[in-house]
Structure formats: structure tokens, C-alpha cells
Design a protein around this ligand. Sequence first.
Ligand SMILES: CC(C)(COP(=O)(O)OP(=O)(O)OC[C@H]1O[C@@H](n2cnc3c(N)ncnc32)[C@H](O)[C@@H]1OP(=O)(O)O)[C@@H](O)C(=O)NCCC(=O)NCCS
Length: 143
Amino acid sequence: MAQIDIRPFQEADQSSVVALWTAVFGYAAAHNDPLEIIRHKLALQRELFFVALHEGIIVGTVMGGYDGHRGWIYSLAVSPSVRRQGIGAALMNHVEQELERLGSPKINLQVVASNSAVVDFYKKLGYATEERISMGKILRPSS
Ligand SMILES: CC(C)(COP(=O)(O)OP(=O)(O)OC[C@H]1O[C@@H](n2cnc3c(N)ncnc32)[C@H](O)[C@@H]1OP(=O)(O)O)[C@@H](O)C(=O)NCCC(=O)NCCS
């Protein structure tokens, strides 16, 4: 297990987080612009946006959201150079505890079909595949 600290995102983390997400997710869609994601998250439940630091460097992120019915998890990312050292699991454990503390009885998350490899990671943490059809609608173009 790598030695890490997990704490809420701070404004000074922005460029490191954008670099991590760009390397990990690649982001093609305009509504996934990392700066926009950060800007919106800082306006809403920013306390559920966490970074993991290893030797003072940001090596992971996770975002949670609680809508009063379910907790949701987004933007889980660990730097490729430090994977398989428990950082992803630690970030998930951290955000799960915060969502539970807020009263969320259940957590949902989505995995894009092209990323099926990550399913084993979530299963190890107790998540199960649920028979759902995932639907979405873009309400506004990214500003
Ligand atoms: C998914 C991700 C966050 C996992 O981070 P990590 O720090 O490597 O995960 P951990 O070390 O905590 O893994 C815990 C356990 O999950 C399982 N696991 C992790 N990555 C796995 C993989 N690629 N394939 C199969 N099992 C995996 C293993 O059982 C692992 O334990 P082990 O190493 O002792 O065998 C990381 O691979 C990542 O950033 N992926 C790209 C971004 C992504 O897909 N995010 C999720 C979007 S839904």
C-alpha cells in the first residue's frame, strides 16, 4: 500500500488534476472539459471532491455527489505509475464514508462499456453489476 494522504481538492490543485484527468481519461466530449467539471464541482458539494497525494504529488482523484436519494461517484482516477498499490481503493473508501455520513443509503456509479476492465476493481470493493439501461441527455453545451 502506497503512503498517501487524501484531502479535499484545493484551488491550487487544479493544473495537476487537469493533467491527471487528461492523461487518464483523454476527454473528447465538450461537456467533459476538465476545467468546467472542476468549476461546477466547486460550486456544488465541493467537499465531496478529493485528491490523493503521494510524496506531495497528486496521484489520484475521486468525486462524489449526494442528491438526497443516492450517492454517485465520478472521476475516479489514479496515475498509471502508482496503480495497484491500493490508492484507488483508498479513494473509494474515503468518498463512500463521506456519502454514508451524509445519509446516502446506496451508491451508484457508471462504467463506460469500453472500460469493462475496471469492473473487477469495483467488484472487489463490493459493487455489483445491476441490470439497468443507462440514459443521459445533455441540457446545455459546455460554456
Ligand atoms: C480503476 C483505478 C482507479 C484503480 O486504481 P488502483 O489504485 O490501481 O486500484 P487499487 O490498487 O486500489 O486496486 C484494488 C484492487 O482492485 C483490483 N483491480 C485494480 N485494478 C484492476 C484492473 N485493471 N483489473 C482487474 N482488477 C483490478 C485488484 O484486485 C486490486 O487489488 P490487487 O492489486 O491487490 O490485486 C485505476 O486503474 C484507474 O485510474 N483507471 C483509469 C480510470 C478509470 O477507469 N476510472 C474509473 C472510471 S468508472
